[in-house]
Design a protein around this ligand. Sequence first.
Ligand code: PNS
Length: 167
Amino acid sequence: MNMKTAIYPGSFDPITNGHIDIIKRSRRLFDEICISVIHNPSKQSLFTMEERINIIQSVFVADSGVTVEGFEGLLVDFAKKKNTFNIIRGLRAVSDFDYEFQMALTNRKLEFRMNTVFFMTDEKYSYLSSSLVKELAVYGADINEFVPEEVACILNKKLDTAGGINK
Ligand code: PNS
């Protein structure tokens, strides 16, 4: 069978319900999605790459069409290694567009076979981001509407031990 595959790259620090919405929508089009977690040594993240991968794996444990891997360096190199030429990205609002357009065209310039497929998030997540969730959690707000229960738990525990955030 000719499997339709794609990668969904991002920081996922941590994964939110907005990301999950995008993954579920894209699963209707693609047989297999590799959630690709970036390791960017020059950008501080709250969770290590391994922690971010473990969190996502626990969220998608029931879906064998979703895999999770870390990557470092250029996204197109990772995609080529996976033999996939479809990149998934989510769009929340017009404000996302400039950056996403630039990234999509850059990736296609680097590798002409590369296509970026955009999914519009559910409007109820249109303002949501990992940074916002972390900020709310720092100030003790209820984040259960924005991330799965297990992610809220891990995030609150992490903040207790970290004593701060890197948004
Ligand atoms: O969740 P994010 O932080 O918006 O994800 C950004 C990401 C990881 C998709 C982007 O920074 C990326 O692809 N980085 C890898 C480096 C790369 O390939 N750069 C050239 C394309 S702009």
